[in-house]
Design a binder for this molecule. Structure first.
Ligand SMILES: [Zn+2]
Ligand SMILES: [Zn+2]
Length: 246
């Protein structure tokens, strides 16, 4: 079995175009994991008939709700409805464990009394050095996004393939290293023409394209203005349910 990438959610924070929040599922020979798990991700997974109990690991690029807000719902369902019995690892930027517990307490008050019957391991992934989680080698880079979210871009190596993802971020000095030799470079592309702080827009992608030495580029996190201009974008754009074999 090779590696395949499924865009479960390719939308922005606001449901633009009826798209779901960011969630990218990766299937590899010894692991199924996902990158980001936004507030709507449980619904999006149901649509695609992907059971969340099959995830070994969830990786988070940063702590905005459209990238991590689905975790409390997943944990409650894993304990009550889906009856998960296998270990789960949740890895993300600095303070992931502490911040997710606060998110859970705010969104699902009372869930702290529930004791999961499966082991949960939280890992705060350090920046700029490889961290191994099972068969994954993960390197995160500082991103330029809302600082309070501890934003990162993420490069994941699995089964000889490299998946790189900008997360939410302006273009940074680290992007060429993030993309270098990647089998798939996933770039957020929030707006088509409007300059926007803390995000990439389409002019950024075209301006920096020669610096992106990846085998394939896919744009995601598409906002309303970007979606209205897809006919003017020759680059490949994600949609919910898109599957890319690597
Ligand atoms: Zn964000
Ligand atoms: Zn976002």
């Amino acid at each position: 079995m090779s590696v395949s990438v499924t865009f479960v959610g390719s939308g922005d924070s606001f449901g633009s175009g009826g798209r779901f929040n960011t969630c990218i599922v990766v299937d590899a020979p010894d692991i199924r994991f996902c990158i980001d798990f936004g507030a709507s991700s449980l619904i999006a997974l149901e649509r695609l008939a992907i059971p969340h109990n099959t995830f070994d690991t969830i990786l988070l690029t940063h702590l905005h709700g459209d990238h991590c807000g689905g975790i409390p719902f997943l944990l409650v369902d894993a304990m009550l409805g889906a009856k998960r019995d296998r270990p789960l690892t949740i890895a993300g930027p600095r303070d992931t464990s502490e911040r997710l517990k606060a998110v859970a307490a705010a969104m699902m008050p009372g869930m702290h009394i529930m004791v999961p019957k499966f082991p949960i391991t939280y890992i705060d992934v350090p920046l700029l050095r490889a961290t191994n989680i099972g068969p994954l080698s993960i390197t995160t880079f500082p991103a330029v996004h809302t600082q309070a979210t501890n934003p990162t871009s993420m490069r994941v190596e699995v089964a000889g393939k490299i998946i790189a993802y900008t997360g939410d971020s302006e273009w940074t000095e680290h992007m060429p290293a993030l993309a270098d030799g990647a089998d798939l470079f996933i770039a957020e592309c929030y707006f088509f023409s409007k300059p926007v702080r803390f995000h990439l827009n389409y002019p950024d992608i075209t301006f920096h394209k020669s610096e992106i030495k990846a085998k394939r580029i896919v744009l995601t996190h598409l906002g309303r203005e970007m979606l209205a201009n897809l006919d003017n974008v020759p680059e490949e754009c994600a949609h919910d349910g898109l599957v890319i074999p690597l």
